[in-house]
Design a protein around this ligand. Structure first.
Ligand code: ADP
Ligand code: ZN
Ligand code: ZN
Length: 754
């Protein structure tokens, strides 16, 4: 990614015009007249302002202070109010401006997306606080003065046990009242201090709460290499097999950043931010670890944001959107499982948090560490070209190497709940030996298809080009693309036969089969349906970690990141989904998933086995993965991408069009494609040719979804700047010409072409 200029933060004594990023989809700034009373520090970029917009008032951010406007000054409306004394943090402003430009998104909408809810609503950026109470007097003297107040004596005794004091809520939770605290305060027996709610500074003392592990040779080498560049932009790929101790390297890297008084920002995949992950960080450091995840309330999010901005929070860990957390003293950015799809936002502001992490680290001049056992081809290509340092961890601290994938031929075999007899025997053996078995199946529900055995009718969604999935808990048919639900019919709607059969297996069916085969063994199912309650998943993980022989049936929720030390056998019910898919990244993603799942086997003191069922045991890609591992396949896929002129060797941008009427979407997409090609032709004639190809429009792989028709136009180029120029032209064209009946969007660096 190219670096670009930061927005201007120079103070203007009395600017005539404020150019404001207003939260609308329009990709432009809006000019306003400054209000009559300038804020204390003068007008500056980064101040939030309330502005009139149409008939509403919106909260926007001043992007520029200017001397003149293209509009007549008399026409400009004045802003309603300035909401800040100080501009929002400069590093954050830069990142938002960069993001808006790079992803060709509305600047106002980008700011909006990147700030916590309360700031969007105009709340001040300040920490909420709480009170902490300390015993001031010597305990025996205090008790002597309170002989007629036994409750207050008890309170003194409680406080005497806590050298660092107690917060109000902890005291009232023990049955004391504020009135009792107040009377101790009146007698000068206690003192009261105020502290921020999030990331209150820890009492002075050593940095670490537990000693760090002594690194093995590869880990030490990796850490030393990162240390070479602590003071500058220094991108590194930590490419280490599952269980090779990448997290330990992160922890020690964070330790060095902290010891220099700097902050660490850690990004993890959506399903990776479990209490177990957090507790690993919290156990190591005495300093507060601030977590940003979807479970926070808006105000808690603001507290965390403020703590990071003020520098009080030395460690910030969060999912995708945490990349937009401001830092007072940025020291290092870590992206764990950098290949994970959840780093890419798939609607609205379609950014990739890993790519923004690189851009941000470059801007801040700090190291950035991308970690993965199965790096994305993008990162691997950068590592190979030397743009990123390539750090390898090939050994596990535990005795066992990651298990090899054993391919099991499904052809012509009877399946029971998706499993064939030799695999069922394997499961039995592993359970008898006291191990746990993880059965991975990437389909939730009972069966992916309900078909009529008489006439071949298949239950399909009324609103999508897709089949309905049969669920049993509770019984119904569900479309996984639009969530449309119907009751399961008793008879075929075409031929009236009652012989309707579920085809194929989903998690519910495999669970059911396993529970009849192994009635005495506990089974845990983990998928989106079984874990709708937030705690349900953690509860299951807790039970699994106790180590009793048990069966786990799950989707990729179980496959990634979790440390499951007692699993000795992993079964992949079907490895074939990605082998012949049309999406050019399908094979990369399914190889990553297979290796991540396989990595759950044999992580502690026992060796592991991985059985992979497939209808294509001779597929050369699958064989290469099984015999030579992820890296071998990845390097081969890179060669194929080079020949096919696909990313990472060529840049893509995807324009998507959708409308309830097929004709509307097609007309619009064709007009846009023609216009862009005509413009590219003109440029060529003017001798300013851009090497940009425009392909399509073509129907999206699933053309009809939720009763809307989807088409796409694919732009590709060798040079980022040329792609940017062409897609900026297209976006401007669409903003001006697109019909209101059609929704369109631009996806820069799309991860999938659906
Ligand atoms: P990864 O993040 O690469 O999957 P982890 O950091 O979770 O791997 O490490 C796997 C296991 O190995 C953990 O239980 C961890 O405590 C242990 N481990 C990591 N590094 C060391 C080390 N240097 N010495 C001993 N044990 C280690
Ligand atoms: Zn039928
Ligand atoms: Zn549907």
């Amino acid at each position: 990614m190219a670096d670009t200029e930061a927005p201007t933060t120079v103070a203007h004594a009395e600017p005539q015009v404020l150019r404001v990023a207003v939260p609308t989809p329009l990709r432009r700034l809006f000019d306003y007249r400054p209000g009559p009373v300038p804020p204390a520090g003068g007008w500056r970029a980064g101040l939030r302002v309330k502005v009139p917009f149409g008939r509403r008032e919106l909260v926007g951010v001043v992007a520029e202070c200017a001397a003149t406007s293209d509009l007549d000054a008399a026409q400009l409306k004045p802003i309603v109010a300035c909401l800040d004394d100080e501009p929002l943090p400069a590093d954050w402003l830069w990142l938002c401006a960069f993001t808006a430009r790079y992803y060709q998104h509305s600047p106002g909408d980008t700011f909006q997306h990147a700030m916590p809810g309360p700031l969007r609503q105009g709340r001040p950026l300040e920490a909420r606080t709480r009170e902490r109470w300390h015993l001031e007097a010597e305990p025996t003297q205090a008790l002597a003065r309170l002989t007629r107040a036994p409750k207050q004596q008890a309170l003194v005794e409680l406080l005497a046990q806590h050298r660092h004091g107690l917060v109000t809520s902890a005291i009232t939770a023990q049955g004391f009242t504020r009135a009792q605290l107040q009377s101790l305060l009146d007698k000068a027996l206690v003192t009261r201090s105020e502290e921020p709610l999030a990331a209150a500074p820890a009492a002075a003392g050593p940095l670490l709460a537990e000693p760090s592990l002594s690194l093995n040779r590869e880990q030490a080498q990796a850490l030393a290499t990162i240390h070479e560049g602590l003071e500058r932009f220094h991108p590194c790929l930590l490419h280490g097999v599952t269980g090779s101790g990448k997290t330990e390297v992160y922890l020690q890297l964070i330790e060095s950043a902290l010891s220099q008084g700097r902050q660490a920002l850690v990004l993890v995949p959506e399903i990776g931010l479990t209490p177990q992950t957090l507790s690993r960080f919290r156990k190591r450091f005495r300093a507060p670890v601030v977590a940003l995840h979807s479970g926070l309330t808006d105000l808690e999010r603001l507290d965390a944001w403020e703590a990071a901005r003020s520098g009080r929070a030395p460690i910030v860990i969060g999912t995708r959107s945490a990349i937009f957390t401001p830092l007072a003293h940025p020291g290092v950015i870590i992206v764990d499982e950098e290949h994970d799809g959840s780093f890419k936002q798939q609607d609205g502001l379609r950014y990739h948090a890993r790519d923004l992490a690189i851009a941000r680290a470059h801007h801040e001049g700090i190291p950035v560490l991308l970690g993965s056992a199965t790096p994305s081809l993008e990162s691997l290509a950068h590592a190979r070209s030397g743009r990123y340092r390539h750090l390898r961890l090939t050994q596990r601290p535990s005795r066992h190497a990651p298990a090899k994938l054993e391919l099991v031929d499904l052809r012509g075999r009877m399946r029971q709940g998706g499993l064939i007899p030799p695999v069922i025997d394997g499961i039995r053996q592993a359970l008898n030996a006291g191990g746990q078995v993880l059965v991975f199946i990437n389909r939730r529900g009972f069966a992916p298809t309900l078909a009529c055995h008489q006439c071949g009718w298949i239950a399909e969604c009324r609103h999508c080009d897709a089949r309905m999935t049969l669920h049993r808990q509770p019984p119904r048919l569900v479309c996984h693309h639009c969530e449309h639900q119907t009751l399961q019919p008793d008879a075929c709607p075409t031929c009236d036969s009652a012989d309707l059969r579920p085809m194929g297996a989903g998690t519910e069916r495999t669970e059911e089969t396993l529970s009849t085969l192994f009635p005495e063994v506990p089974i845990h199912r983990v998928d989106r349906d079984s874990t709708r309650r937030k705690e349900a998943f953690d509860q299951v993980l807790g039970e699994i970690r106790r180590g009793e022989p048990s069966l786990l049936v799950g989707t990729q929720m179980l496959a990634k990141g979790h440390h499951l030390p007692h699993v000795t056998l992993v079964v992949v019910v079907n490895a074939d989904a990605g082998l012949y898919a049309s999406d050019f990244r399908a094979l990369e993603h399914s190889a990553q998933l297979l290796v991540q799942v396989a990595g759950r086997a044999g992580r502690a003191d026992r060796a592991g086995r991985v059985l992979v069922q497939t209808l294509h045991p001779d597929d050369p890609n699958l064989r290469l993965l099984a015999d030579n591992g992820y890296d071998a396949l990845a390097y081969q896929l890179l060669e194929e991408r080079r020949l096919a002129m696909l990313p990472p060797f060529r840049r893509l941008a995807l324009a998507r069009f959708e409308a309830p009427r097929e004709g509307d979407a097609t007309t619009e997409a064709e007009a846009a494609g023609d216009a862009l090609r005509a413009w590219l032709g003109e440029r060529r004639e003017r001798g300013q040719a851009l090497d940009v190809h425009c392909l399509g429009p073509v129907p999206a792989p699933m053309e009809r979804r939720q009763n809307r028709y989807h088409l796409q136009l694919l732009l590709s180029a060798d040079k980022r700047s040329e792609l940017h120029e062409a897609s900026a032209w297209l976006v401007a064209y669409l903003e001006q010409h697109a019909s209101r009946r059609v929704r369109w969007s631009l996806d820069v660096d799309p991860v999938t072409l659906v």
